[in-house]
Design a protein around this ligand. Structure first.
Ligand code: SF4
Length: 732
């Protein structure tokens, strides 16, 4: 393993050991709560569409809204400062605090982004975080591991030990109630002492200068009211045109983040506001709005450049609910201290880090996103988070590369990427060529791949973990077999339907039996089958951030399919991740009309079988049975909501089916093969292993739809696995 891979692997191991359990419990719990909460919303999709549209409009009109907000705040008696970068923001904030001794703060990731606490401390100010999670981090001298649960990685016992050690209370603290009461007393003193209160802002209304603060502790409201000077630091992207636009966000934010119907405190302020009439121990100050100062610091720090960037722009729609982190299997197992950069974490953290801190920070963790797209369906503003990660990876691939040396690989390299691309990425991104060579030289290729010293060398050079079994290349590919049998046994002119079976790399070269089964199943349903020679879909290079190569492959695949689409043939796909390319990712590569044509005519194999049965094809043509099956659906299949087709067909045929509810097996294409991620991959897979090892599941035949799931489940369970199409194969 290279030293960089070793460093990453060691860090992941450490974070999994130290923080994994706590993060997993909390993020996993919030993810389940989110699903329940949004299921209760009849108009969830409509709200998402509205939220997205509002953000698109607001970011499009951002300069105009900044001006409008500035006028509104100044008309209310406040001040607005547009800070170019972190240093600029901190200079302004410290100048406002020039006469202050103590600052109280509510939680704000934007303040973490600019490290304002360091700037204030350097100026001699006493700064106190008043959000309990942030207070824990302040006391521990730690950093947030999650967008809204910054201390998610701490257990109650660890917090109690920390507080007992630092504060030495009369009675040792133990329970959450005791810890909370202690923090409340401590912070009450700090609120009373404070001269300046700092908040962030979840939303800023341009027309009125009002702000929405969403918290679960009420501390932001108190931070504003307990002090005479209020500084709000917010990214420029937080502006919406007016209060009218807040409704979908308020509905979606809490449900997406924590699964609550409404966050405990939603505070609307049009600062400067009157001081409170009541504090914890009675009246605190009597200042009216006239005596109070309000400073809105609007932070650019790369955001305006992001707005001009076709790919990073979407990041600015983010309302920082954290649903994407909670929905992500890798995040659930390591949290933001591994899956995160200088400030931001999780899948969307890549976009934020690339925009505000630069590619080095973003590139350090963007590979944790496996492109499964589970986050996209969880995101209340429909951000294509995997695409942002792929784009950032592509930019990292090109960063610092000496393009002048590209002539060395021109014509020699099988892809469209620059010279000096990481060998691991180039290898995984060109898996189609590897497969051609593997099949052409099988069984020798498989013998070499199973030879220990060869695997050690391969791990050192390519990063493929030596602990992984490699795919066993078949000498006779699916296309060879299909040609040898003379093509389809169903006459096209007389067939009910005609379909192209897409020969994805793994079906063609490794899982050939599932390809043969698919051909026989389709023919049993009176479908004429064609298997043209088509390239790899582009999924492999896309996952490595090789976007030009993925683009080339998309064009080539569409070029090869066009004549079949012209002839009225459907496209049937076995591998869910390739179907996801046709249905979603190709939107980035193909002209609109081509993309729509392919996405509307491409079907997952069981979706197609289900459709044929719906059209009246007889179920008797398929193999029925009462066998007990344990089925694991691929994550892309879940995202595309396709698993029910497999379940329905198997159940109609009489099979006793148990479906796992674990969303990710941990393999995720090439991710689990990489030596630096092997242990994380196996840790994520532990959930599905446990579920398939229960009394009810252990004796079942394990079936799964994705190649990587099949391989991971074989490794985890040490028993053979099959694609479900082989179960219903009439010739089985
Ligand atoms: S990207 Fe979407 S899901 Fe993730 S934090 Fe932002 S708004 Fe929430």
């Amino acid at each position: 393993m290279s030293s960089d891979r070793q460093r990453k692997a060691a860090k992941i191991r450490e974070v999994m050991r130290e923080e994994g359990d706590a993060v997993r419990e909390s993020a996993g719990h919030h993810n389940e709560m989110r699903k329940d909460a949004v299921a209760r919303l009849d108009d969830y999709e409509d709200l998402r569409d509205r939220a997205r549209a509002i953000k698109e409009d607001a970011i499009e009109r951002l300069p105009e809204l900044v001006d409008e907000l500035t006028d509104s705040v100044e008309a209310n008696g406040g001040h607005v400062y547009l800070a170019e970068d972190a240093a600029d923001a901190n200079d302004y904030i410290t100048s406002v605090c020039a006469d202050a001794d103590t600052v109280v703060k509510s939680k704000s990731m934007t303040s973490e982004e600019v490290d304002v606490n360091d700037a204030l401390h350097a100026d001699g100010l006493d700064v106190w975080e008043t959000d309990l999670g942030e207070l824990i981090l302040q006391v521990a001298d730690d950093s947030p591991s999650h967008l809204i649960g910054p201390a998610m990685h701490f257990t109650t016992t660890e917090i109690a030990d920390l507080f007992n050690d630092v504060f030495d209370p009369d009675e040792p603290l133990e329970t959450p109630e005791e810890l909370t009461a202690f923090a409340r007393d401590l912070l009450s003193e700090k609120f009373a002492e404070a001269d300046v209160g700092m908040t962030g802002a979840n939303f800023l209304c341009a027309d009125s200068g009002s702000m929405a603060l969403v918290t679960s502790e009420g501390n932001a409201r108190k931070t504003v009211q307990a002090t005479d000077t209020h500084i709000a630091l917010a990214g420029v992207e937080k502006i919406v045109p007016s209060i009218e636009e807040l409704y979908p966000f308020v509905e979606l934010l809490a449900k997406s983040g924590t699964g609550q119907d409404l966050t405990s405190y939603v505070t609307m302020l049009s600062p400067p506001v009157d001081s409170p009439s009541q504090g914890v121990d009675g009246p605190m100050t009597a200042a009216s709005a006239d005596d109070r100062d309000f400073h809105l610091v609007l932070l650019d720090n790369g955001r305006m450049d992001m707005r001009d960037d076709d790919h990073l722009k979407e990041t600015l729609y983010c309302i920082r609910c954290s649903a994407c982190s909670n929905a992500c299997a890798n995040f659930q197992h390591v949290g933001g201290h591994a899956f995160g950069g200088e400030t931001y974490s999780g899948g969307i953290g890549t976009g934020w880090e690339a925009g505000v801190h630069g590619l080095d920070s973003a590139g350090e963790f963007s590979d944790f996103c496996t492109g499964c797209s589970r986050c996209t369906t969880a995101c209340p503003v429909e951000i294509d988070i995997p695409w942002i990660n792929e784009v950032v990876r592509d930019r990292v691939n090109h960063q610092g590369r000496e393009e002048g040396f590209d002539f060395l690989v021109d014509g020699l390299s099988p892809d469209a990427e620059p010279g000096r691309l990481d060998v691991e990425k180039r290898l995984f991104g060109n898996v189609g060529l590897l497969a051609d060579a593997g099949s052409a030289t099988a069984p020798l290729s498989n013998l070499v791949a199973s030879f220990g010293p060869a695997r050690d060398l391969m791990e050192r050079v390519t990063g493929i973990d030596a602990r992984r079994d490699l795919p066993e290349w078949q000498r006779e590919t699916l296309q060879d077999w299909f040609a040898r049998r003379g093509g389809s046994t169903v006459d096209e002119a007389a067939a009910s339907r005609s379909a192209v079976l897409y020969p994805d790399v793994y079906t063609d070269h490794v899982q050939v039996e599932r390809g043969k089964a698919a051909v026989r199943v389709l023919e049993a349903l009176d479908v004429h089958v064609t298997i043209p020679d088509l390239p790899e879909s582009g999924r492999a290079p896309l996952s490595q951030g090789m976007i030009d190569t993925a683009d080339d492959r998309a064009s080539a695949v569409y070029g090869g399919l066009a004549e079949h689409l012209d002839a009225g043939r459907d496209v049937v796909v076995i591998e869910p991740s390739d179907l996801a390319m046709f249905r979603e990712d190709y939107e980035h590569f193909l002209p609109d009309a081509s993309f729509e044509r392919l996405s509307e005519n491409a079907y997952e194999v069981f979706e197609y079988v289900y459709g044929r049965l719906d059209e009246g094809a007889t179920l008797d043509a398929l193999r029925a049975g009462h066998e007990r099956l344990a089925y694991h659906a691929h994550c892309q299949q879940r995202t595309l909501d396709l698993a029910p087709y497999t379940e329905s067909v198997l159940e109609r045929l009489g099979y006793d089916l148990l479906t796992t509810d674990v969303e990710c097996c941990g393999m995720a294409g090439s991710f689990g093969y990489k030596s630096e991620y092997y242990e994380l991959s196996m840790d994520v897979g532990e959930d599905v292993r446990e579920q398939l090892s229960t009394t009810d599941a252990a004796d079942r035949r394990v079936v799964a739809s994705g190649t990587s799931c099949l391989e991971q489940l074989s490794d985890l369970l040490r028993k053979p696995t099959r694609h479900p199409i082989e179960v219903v194969d009439p010739r089985r």
